[in-house]
Design a protein around this ligand. Structure first.
Ligand SMILES: *[C@@H]1O[C@H](CO)[C@@H](O)[C@H](O)[C@H]1NC(C)=O
Ligand SMILES: *[C@@H]1O[C@H](CO)[C@@H](O)[C@H](O)[C@H]1NC(C)=O
Ligand SMILES: *[C@@H]1O[C@H](CO)[C@@H](O)[C@H](O)[C@H]1NC(C)=O
Ligand SMILES: [Ca+2]
Ligand SMILES: [Ca+2]
Length: 343
């Protein structure tokens, strides 16, 4: 228990010391503040967590986490601070706060729990990701929502929400830390549009999506951001072929923006109907079953993984994930059909 109080203490003090000068600058230096306090403190290893356990051996990181979750009364969540009020680092004008699917460009500084900085993007260029699509650790995917252009935010991410696969962009982020603290500087929030989604996947900017380009897109996502298919048996080439068949109404083996838009909008209409039906069913059941409906999967991804939602209800269920590698071996059940004048 001692440990957690100390950590919390540092964090709160750190907060007070930051931003006393240079309001509005990007040099958010939590590390200096926490290091100054950290000097008076024993290193983490020497804090007597042994006593809590009543045995001679020090606790493992997993045991410490389990203990912290117990004292928290459940899984730990992220903590975030926006500097409104005293420091007023949130921009006055916020035309668009970041939502799921928006493209966000940001800088970060990352700190270990003892306040030591382990990495920053300043000096090597900012990162651009699509929010809520698994391109970044879950804690940041969640913690950056609601941010505005130029906003500074601190996000403290517990171990549970900091998991990610090896990748180029995140390679400096330690994988076994109990808690990671980030200072995020949001440079730009781009509201999601179908055009932006298409451009994001059109790697060579030739206004078409091709099979080889989709394969390259999947590879780039994995290498750069550690984003993978949840079903490891999915073959990128088969998935790309299926994707082309799914969208390519004029059978020229490539997807134009017009084709992309028509098919996405067709699916979105089906998803809306499915959502309405779900609400109606929930309302009918309201007396007998007051439990919230269980979330049975992930929200549909507007990128390459759009094709995983076979029943068009907006959720990619575990079953859909599991059957995807098989389904991709054949053609899609619904082929794209347009009116002639739409093309
Ligand atoms: C890591 O990759 C595996 C497959 O290689 C995947 O099942 C898992 O979901 C990935 N984890 C994250 C956090 O992306
Ligand atoms: C495509 O355009 C984007 C900017 O919209 C640029 O960053 C990227 O380098 C371009 N790619 C190629 C291959 O020209
Ligand atoms: C439950 O259903 C009844 C009618 O069947 C309705 O009057 C009531 O508002 C509903 N409650 C909720 C919480 O939806
Ligand atoms: Ca292209
Ligand atoms: Ca086409």
């Amino acid at each position: 228990m001692i440990k957690f109080n100390v950590v919390l203490f540092i964090f709160l003090i750190g907060l007070d010391l930051v931003y006393t000068d240079g309001i509005g600058t990007v040099e958010v230096d939590l590390a200096a503040a926490t290091n100054a306090i950290g000097k008076k403190k024993k290193p983490e290893e020497s804090i007597p967590v042994i006593e809590i356990r009543g045995e001679g051996k020090p606790m493992t990181a997993a045991q410490i986490r389990a203990l912290e979750e117990t004292s928290n009364g459940g899984p730990l969540d992220i903590k975030g601070w926006s500097f409104t009020g005293k420091f007023d680092l949130r921009p006055v004008a916020c035309p668009h706060a970041a939502k799921r699917l928006d493209f966000v460009t940001f800088h970060y500084k990352g700190f270990l729990e003892d306040g030591k900085k382990f990495d920053q993007t300043y000096g090597r260029g900012p990162i651009r990701i699509q929010l809520g699509t698994g391109m970044v650790m879950p804690g940041l995917d969640k913690g950056m929502r609601g941010m505005c252009d130029t906003e500074l935010r601190k996000i403290s991410v517990p171990f549970r929400l900091s998991r990610k696969n090896k990748s180029k962009v995140w390679k400096h982020i330690p994988n076994d830390e109990h808690r990671l603290n980030f200072n995020i500087e949001m440079l730009e929030v781009e509201e999601w549009t179908l055009e932006k989604q298409f451009k994001f996947m059109d790697l060579n900017n030739d206004t078409y999506l091709t099979e080889s380009e989709l394969v390259r897109f999947a590879e780039t996502m994995r290498k750069e951001f550690g984003k993978t298919w949840k079903n490891e048996d999915i073959d990128n080439i088969l998935a790309a072929r299926y994707y082309i068949l799914y969208f390519d109404a004029n059978s020229d083996s490539k997807i134009s923006f017009e084709e992309f838009k028509q098919i996405i909008e067709r699916d979105q209409a089906t998803m809306e109907t499915a959502a309405k039906q779900k609400t109606q069913i929930a309302e009918l059941k309201n007396g007998s079953n007051k439990k919230k409906p269980q979330k049975e999967g992930r929200k549909r991804d507007p990128g390459f993984a759009w094709i995983l939602d076979f029943n068009n209800d907006g959720i990619v269920s575990i079953e859909e994930n599991d059957m995807a590698d098989q389904v991709f071996q054949g053609p899609p059940a619904i082929l794209p059909v347009f009116n002639k004048d739409e093309l």
